[in-house]
Design a protein around this ligand. Structure first.
Ligand code: GLN
Length: 491
């Protein structure tokens, strides 16, 4: 038995019928974390007392007949979301002792919807990475093969859901950090449009790209949770003041008449042959369900990785300036002067990848290089966004791979940042354009899961979720579970 196989919708129904209790579900989740997180390292912080108290409160509401559609269901939060009274580390030594005085909007809204948080998940440091190996708290292991990476940066959330420790976990996606780990871990990962979910209380990496979303076992579960966390928030000036559609109500729509675009640029030489075969099978399933498969072109897709690795570090270098040991974060005790204290605090507090991003970002923003790099990148970003916008004049959804290969070995790419960066080649354009994207499991290559990516136009989440759900009604890849890892306590 690999944990509780029920979907969030099924768990919520059982809770409302009182055939289970929130305490029972939360205790089972905590027990699996206790048993298996030694092998996985998916959690940075586990909060049993708070979780059981929140479960009892949810049960009391359910007993009074007051629960909503998510009341009493366990969830975990990526450790990038501020949680009042509970450590929020961003997987960095810099914030290892940071306790936020307030909750992120995502945390607040999901708690208001009755979800019970069991803990905070591991991630790449400040969400910079694609393998979860840049975490100060050590790498996360992929439940399908413990020698491999679950992907990143939301690797802890992905592994926790894949291993059945929690039915869903929040994530953030700046260049692929929800979709890529979902693909490599064999689960569903959904990133809404930029502005759909508030960034308030979500520690900033690259503010024009960062977006919160969810890692879950199905598109239906993702739709249920995102409905509860999305919507205008006056505390985030980039939050979109638009009504949130009832995504769940759209899921059942048949695919007949839906136009799905497939760009040849997604099937380039970098795509693993096994992954390409799984994708073609997935497209055939969508065609048989009545969708029309249409050729579309994204001619500037090749610019997306270099563009991203200018824009994201530029914004990161500015966002991370606040972590200086004075306003926020680790303070070195070894310094003799004020300037030395700043330098040493940042040197000691940040890991190598974060320092690489800060240096790259500072360089591309500096006088003399700003025009050559940052301004050029902004122009390229516009071209990439235009490609997508034009494609959506002709199709409802674009389909392609999420990643070029299945999960790679831990350590395989750590010495070569460019190889690591290329893992996001199919996900980054979505962030540069601010549109929604989902990754759903579509089969296996050598026992490792493969993801199908579906992309929609800005604020077109409903179409993406609808196509993903219809695909999952016709296939059972999303129901496959890895064997439980060896039990054992955390070191
Ligand atoms: N892997 C990309 C990076 O390292 C994207 C990370 C993310 O989406 N947070 O920046």
């Amino acid at each position: 038995m690999q944990g509780d196989d029920r979907s969030i919708a099924e768990l919520a129904r059982a809770l409302r019928e009182r055939s289970t209790s929130s305490r029972e579900l939360v205790a089972a989740s905590l027990a699996r974390i206790e048993r298996f997180d030694g092998a996985l390292n998916a959690f940075i912080t586990v909060t049993p007392e708070q979780a059981l108290a929140a479960a009892d409160a949810a049960d009391a509401r359910l007993a009074r007949g007051e629960g909503g559609p998510l009341t009493g269901v366990p969830i975990a939060h990526k450790d990038i979301f501020c949680t009042r009274g509970v450590a929020t580390t961003c997987a960095s030594k810099m914030l290892a002792n940071f306790i936020s005085p307030y909750d992120a909007t995502v945390v607040e809204r999901l708690a208001a919807a009755g979800l019970v948080c069991v803990g905070k998940t591991n991630m790449d440091e400040f969400a910079m990475g694609s393998s979860n190996e840049t975490s100060f708290f050590g790498p996360v292991r992929n439940p399908w093969d413990l020698e491999r990476s679950p992907g990143g940066s939301s690797g802890g959330s992905a592994a926790a859901v894949a291993a059945g420790l929690v039915p869903a976990a929040t994530g953030t996606d700046t260049g692929g950090s929800i979709r890529q780990p979902a693909a490599l871990s064999g689960i569903t990962g959904f990133k809404p449009s930029y502005g759909r979910v508030s960034r308030y209380g979500m520690i900033a990496f690259a503010s024009s790209l960062d977006q919160a979303g969810i890692l879950a076992r199905s598109a239906e579960d993702a739709a249920l949770v995102v409905e509860a966390m999305a919507g205008f928030d006056p505390r985030d000036s980039t939050s979109a003041d638009l009504p949130v559609p009832r995504y769940v109500a759209e899921l059942g729509r048949p695919l007949a008449g839906r136009r799905i675009g497939v760009p040849p640029e997604f099937f380039d030489a970098g795509l693993d042959a096994g992954c390409a075969a799984r994708l073609r099978e997935a497209l055939e399933v969508l065609r048989q369900l009545g969708a029309e498969i249409v050729d579309v072109s994204l001619p500037h897709l090749g610019l997306s990785v270099p563009t991203y690795y200018i824009v994201a570090p530029a914004e990161a270098s500015s966002n991370l300036a606040r972590f200086d040991g004075v306003r926020f974060g680790h303070r070195s005790t070894a310094a003799g002067s004020l300037e030395e204290m700043y330098k040493r605090s940042r040197q000691e507090g940040f890991g190598a990848e974060v320092r690489r991003r800060i240096m790259t970002g500072t360089y591309v923003l500096s006088t003399g290089y700003y025009d050559a790099y940052y301004l050029q990148a902004q122009k390229a970003r516009k071209l990439i966004a235009e490609d997508l916008r034009r494609a959506f004049d002709r199709v409802d959804v674009i389909a392609g791979p999420t990643t070029p290969t299945p999960a790679f070995r831990l350590g395989e790419k750590t010495d070569d940042p460019v190889q690591m960066y290329l893992n996001d080649i199919y996900t980054i354009a979505v962030n540069l354009a601010g549109v929604p994207g989902i990754s759903v499991p579509c089969g296996f290559v050598d026992g490792l899961p493969v993801g199908l990516q579906l992309i929609g136009p800005a604020f077109g989440e409903a179409a993406v979720l609808n196509v993903a759900h219809q695909y999952q009604c016709a296939t059972d890849w999303h129901r496959r579970r890895p064997a439980d890892p060896p039990a054992g306590a955390k070191r």
